[in-house]
Ligand binder design. Sequence first.
Ligand code: BT5
Length: 323
Amino acid sequence: CGYMREKILSMLKEHKDEFISGEMISNKLGISRTAVWKHINNLREEGYEIESMPKNGYKLLNCPDVLTLEEVEEYLNTEFIGRNIYYFDTVDSTNIKAKELAMEVEEGTVVIAEEQTKGKGRLGRDWLSPKGKGIWMSIVLKPQLPPSEVAKLTLIGAAAVSKALEEIGIESYIKWPNDIIVQGKKICGILTEMSCELNMINYVIMGIGINVNLENKDFSKELVDKATSLKEIIGHSVDRKKLLGAILNHFEDLYIPFKNAGDISKVINISKEKSILIGKKIRIIQGETERTGKALDIDEEGRLIVEYEDGTVDSIFSGEVSI
Ligand code: BT5
């Protein structure tokens, strides 16, 4: 049944904006015209807009705005990132779901939800994830590398998002290590979590949240001044499928050299080029301590180089930074 649904949908997609006769579908698939008609109605219920005319048959006009593999596939040119998508309408957190699945799925599997009821930021903070308005996803990664390398993955994620935004004409900045900023406000956050042994990563869950079509009214009072969405920036809705495809494509492109040869040179270049911190006075919070200094550079390992007020220079792996 699912198989026939898929076949019919791909036939309709191949002839998008053209009529295709019910008879042709029924002959090709060896099912009755009534069965075809039932599948068409089910597809309509899923949100596919299909016109029907007694003589001409069926014509696909519009596909629903959902981030299923079926809908995103045409934008993907990856080998393994996003080739397996677990799609949910609503979950607590895609990172939590991804962790449950991680051991049994292949590397590159992506968990996506239209809505998260307990979206997570770092250090137990919340991540606002209203239904159908963002890209809330987690990528399962299994690089055969020591756990100390994992911080670099966040930089790969940030670089991939920033590059994908560039592709749709949006200039963004990376606030090392895990935020993407557009017009001074946060548009994307990344939460990287891992499971590891002493010397070996079991898996990494890279959670990426992007505010795509949220409106100002979707943000709380506290958030509205520091967060924004692509829709607010551009003034109209953005195609989530296309953007998701672009992110996954860039991600794989940057991830493969890292996974195979530990090479993140391209990522570092992007991180520096798009850095919002370099040259600025910053505050760095690491655990209980808070210090001020100036961000000087990002080194080849992805560490932020900071000059503290007393003149000492240090490079940091991770931390909470504000301008
Ligand atoms: C982050 O944490 O920026 C990581 C966010 C990761 C979210 C993704 S969505 C898919 C996956 N599944 C999850 O459950 N999480 C990941 P942090 O740097 O700690 O920033 C969190 C802070 O950002 C909050 O305390 C708020 O101030 C702010 N914030 C919350 N929701 C936001 C939103 N939608 N847009 C911008 N800022 C937000």
